[in-house]
Ligand binder design. Structure first.
Ligand code: NAD
Length: 361
């Protein structure tokens, strides 16, 4: 049983649902349909060995049902790894609602979705993800208590996420640059959004020199005025002579094109799925002598914040837990160097080992 955690990527061509579940080792997938509200959703519970499956709900206009299923299966599996490596007693799950988040939302739809979440009796705890607002979760909460990220509760996760990224970056600097103070270090931050702005504050408070890109001019103006960050072009960010590249906007920015241009010795940022191809670019990054802080480990502050809410922990506890990302990052880098294996692979193994250990108990 243990080995099936080490899985193959699901094939997009494979429309056989149970075969996909077997391939990715999912415990349960719930298809939800309600003609009256137009709800079409899929809830995927990947693994509950460590605890109830926690992961957000995404609302997206998928081109096909196969795309929606593939996305929810991948995302829920990703949550198993994120929750495990973060030392949380949570499993991995995720939900997708198929629809346009700008035009298809209403109270009835989210309440019906809440009833489906409730039907899982706490095996799955939902939260916000792309296309979902706190108000939507308030509607879901009318039907189920298995919801995190409600207004007035744990609040915006971005400060906790940013703090975890900052601590992980310090650990990388300790190994790569011989100092964990970021004073005098040059950091290129891609994306001055919720996480990016808090991260830039930590960096400049500590005396780092920050370069920043964003598609949204007002955010650039804000971070340059408030923190003295230097604004650079959207594409220019990959060519800068910096110590750290911190992707805090898009996925897949570490790819064949950018890898030949990046001059940094550390990649540490909040974005999900930073490596365009985990196996290829994870190895290529290592071959270039760059330390890559695995994304789902370093950006786990958000889920730590959610866990604090459902487990009734304090905000201080969440910050402290996010601060432990420093030690986890060091452990991963040390494991990578000792075994000559890319950091992403060490992180995956650590996450899998914790689950396997729990299965033995
Ligand atoms: P956000 O939407 O607030 O910020 C993203 C920023 O990136 C925006 O300012 C946007 O204008 C900018 N952007 C978009 N395209 C860009 C481009 N081509 N170049 C430069 N900037 C661009 O999102 P966020 O909450 O700050 O999250 C940032 C990233 O971190 C996302 O990938 C998110 O999935 C991930 N993440 C966030 C959290 C969290 O707690 N918010 C937790 C884990 C992971």
């Amino acid at each position: 049983m243990a080995d099936i955690l080490e899985l193959q990527d699901v094939s997009l061509e494979d429309k056989n649902v149970l075969a996909q579940m077997v391939n990715m080792d999912h415990e349960q997938v719930l298809f939800c349909q309600d003609r009256a509200t137009g709800l079409k959703a899929i809830i995927a519970v990947h693994n509950t060995v460590l605890g109830p499956a926690l992961g957000g709900t995404r609302m997206w206009n998928y081109a096909s049902e196969v795309d929606a299923l593939t996305d929810v299966l991948r995302l829920s599996r990703g949550m198993t790894y994120k929750n495990s490596i973060s030392g949380l007693n949570l499993g991995g799950g995720k939900a997708v609602i198929i629809g346009n988040s700008h035009t298809d939302k209403n109270e009835a739809l989210f309440r019906r979705f809440g009833q489906f979440v409730e039907s899982l009796s706490g095996k799955y705890i939902t939260a916000e993800d792309v296309g979902i607002s706190p108000q939507d979760m308030v509607w879901v909460n009318q039907e189920t208590n298995h919801v995190a990220g409600l207004p007035g509760k744990s609040g915006d996760p971005s400060p906790v996420t940013a703090y975890g990224v900052y601590m992980g970056m310090k650990a990388c600097a300790k190994v790569q640059l011989g100092q964990d103070s970021l004073s005098g270090i040059k950091v290129a931050v891609q994306g001055a959004g919720h996480v990016g702005q808090y991260l830039i504050k930590h960096l400049t408070d500590e005396g780092a020199q920050v370069f920043v890109s964003d598609v949204y001019e007002p955010s650039l103006k804000e971070v340059s005025e408030k923190y003295g960050a230097t604004v650079v072009g959207l594409d220019e960010i990959y060519d800068l002579d910096v110590d750290v590249y911190a992707p805090c906007a898009l996925g897949a920015t570490v790819n064949d094109d950018t890898l030949s241009r990046l001059k940094c010795s550390i990649i540490a940022g909040a974005a999900n799925n930073q490596l365009a191809n985990e196996a290829i670019h994870g190895q290529a990054v290592m071959d270039k002598g760059i330390i890559y802080a695995p994304d789902y480990m370093i950006n786990a502050g958000g889920v730590i914040n959610c866990f604090a809410e459902v487990d009734e922990r304090t905000a201080e506890w969440a910050m402290d837990k996010a601060g432990q990302i420093y030690n986890t990052t060091l452990e991963i880098i040390n494991g990578s160097r000792a075994n000559n294996i890319p950091t992403y692979a060490i992180a995956n193994k650590m996450a899998e080992d914790r689950i396997k250990q729990a299965m033995k108990k």
